[in-house]
Each structure stands twice: as C-alpha cells, then as structure tokens.
Design a protein around this ligand. Sequence first.
Ligand SMILES: Cc1cc2nc3c(=O)[nH]c(=O)nc-3n(C[C@H](O)[C@H](O)[C@H](O)COP(=O)(O)O)c2cc1C
Length: 347
Amino acid sequence: MSRPFPPPAFKIGDLVVDPPVLQAPMAGFTNAAFRQMVREYGGAGLIATEMVNARGFQWMDEHTTEHPDRLWGVAEEARPLAVQIWDNDPETMAKVGRRLVEEYQVSVVDINFGCPVRQVTEKAHSGSYLLRTPERMFQIISKLVKACAPTPVTAKIRLGCSPESINCNDIAQVVEEAGAAALTVHGRTAKDMFRGHADWDRISEIKSHLKNIPLIGNGDLDSAEKVVHAFKTYDVDGVMIARACLGRPWLFAQAAAALQGQPVPPDPSLAEQRDCMLHHYTLVKDRFGEEKGTVLMRKFACCYAQGKYGARMFRTHVAKVSTAEEFYHVVDEYFPLTVKEKPVSAQ
Ligand SMILES: Cc1cc2nc3c(=O)[nH]c(=O)nc-3n(C[C@H](O)[C@H](O)[C@H](O)COP(=O)(O)O)c2cc1C
C-alpha cells in the first residue's frame, strides 16, 4: 500500500473534509463553547457535537419542551458541523435525522455505534451493543440515509464488542451497503473501554473491505507527529482526535501544519493557554449563567492544566469553585504559568 502524502482532502458525500483531520464527538465536552475554541484555532476539517439521544430529542419535540443543552449552538454555528445521534429504533432515528437536516441544516448526521457505557448498551441496547446485530445496524443506517438525503449519514464504530468478537470488517461492509457516506473506527473493542492501545493495524485492514466510502481512523493520536505517522503508516482517508484536543484546541492547527510539511507551531505560551481557558469560560458562563457555568467549567479547566507542573494543586482548588470570583482567584493563584523543573521528590 502506498498512499499519497500529504494526505488529500476527502469527501463525505458532497462535503469536502479539508484537512482530513476531524474533531471527535465527546459527551459532556464537545459543546458549542468547545467547538468554538476548536474553530478559532483552525485546522479541523470537520467538527462534531456530543452524542444526542434520538428518543430524548423526539420526546422533547412531542412535549414542545426546550431542546437539551447538547443542541446548544447547533442551529446557528458555522458549518461544516456533524451532529451525532444514538438509539436503536430505525424509525425514531430517521425522524430525528430528518429534523436535524431540514430544520437545523447540519452538514452530517453521524450514528453512534461505539459507545460502551452501560446506560447506552445494556439499558438501551444502543451504541456498541448494536455491533452484535448488524441487521439492525443496516436498518437504522438505510432508513436514516433515506430520511436525510442528500445530507450524508456516517457511522462511528469500535472494532467489535470484545476482543473475542471483533467483527469490524463485516460491519464495515454492512455500513457501506446500507448507504453510509463514511466510517469512523475507534481501534478498541467496547469491552476494552479505554484500556490498552488502539489497534491501528486492525483499523487499516478495514480499508480493503470498503469499496468507495472513506475510512477515518481514531484512537490515541495526541500530537501532530502521531497524526503524520498515522497517515504515513495506515490505510486511512482521515483521522479523528478526541481526548488529546480537550485542553489543547490548537492541536488541529499543529496537525494541519505538519501534514503540509510546515514547521509545527509551538504550543501557545502558558499565559496564552490561560487566556484561552478564560475565553472558554466566558462562553460557558454566558450560556449557563455564573453558578452552573462555573461548575461545568471545572472539568474543562482541569483539561487545560493537565500535564503541566502544578496541575494537581490547580485541580484540587478548581474542583471547589462555583462563582466567577472563586474561579478567577483559583486561576490567578494556581493555573500553572511557569515551566519549572520538577523537584526530585515530585518525580
Ligand atoms: C469524555 C468522552 C466522551 C466521549 N463521548 C463520545 C460520544 O459522545 N460519541 C462517540 O462516538 N464517542 C465518544 N467518545 C469516544 C471518542 O470519540 C473517541 O472515539 C475515543 O476517545 C478514542 O479517541 P482518542 O484516543 O483520541 O481519545 C468519548 C470519549 C471521551 C473520553
């Protein structure tokens, strides 16, 4: 296999994904504020929402209740934007897909077939649970594709339910035959949760089982260098980044530069990173109000501090804030601003 480098842009239906690096959906994290941060730094070819439960969406419609925070921003923000939905009922998925396309005019409707969380799998027989019933996946995808046309529908899967039941090659064919416009694969099984390493050889192998649709690989990419390595080593059309971009929304711009053979822009200075976090906080606070916004921001703030000297102290304090004053105070006092050598005792 020899693939062109730099990797070309690829298409999901008529949508051009350029650069071919995507921001992953992450429940509880990739809300409108986070997506705006990613957009401001640039470099992501497609940005995704958190997963939205289709049944919950429909219930809200029927009860004319306001739609959940997970749809915050979806109607207004810049495109392209993928909205991810989950459920196991083809009819409900199709209805919600149609609404997202007609009323919200989203660029892509993505289906979650990878979530390993019990509430989604055991309780709702959805997410990665569906990997054991390819016929049901086929029904969901084909109905949704019809309902959303010409807007593309994509699927995100894991390698299988468990290491003993890896079936991603077969599933890939089902996904394509049902009419999906792209397939994203997280290179672990549902049983693995986040343990071990993503198996990129398995991801790469899937490509030969697809006829026309692009394959997007996902798992453990946390630097521009790893993105370059993935494209040079594995047979994928695109890659998707999740955890590593949480406190580093500039990672996509770094990856985009590396893919073009340009020097990778350095991480922003620690002071710039703090300012970036404060900007993120303002977006969250403006939406949710001071108390809810501050509490919600705690986890994002921890992501920005992660890996820096003094992060633990910052985390301890930021975990208790619930007013803007407390938040700014903790940031002033504890957000890591100096790159210090770790004392021997802390190593
Ligand atoms: C906090 C969190 C929330 C996630 N939520 C979703 C989700 O809503 N939909 C989805 O398809 N995957 C979700 N994922 C999985 C990621 O999209 C991605 O597949 C996984 O983290 C592996 O990529 P990474 O190694 O780059 O993090 C989530 C992951 C994390 C850590």
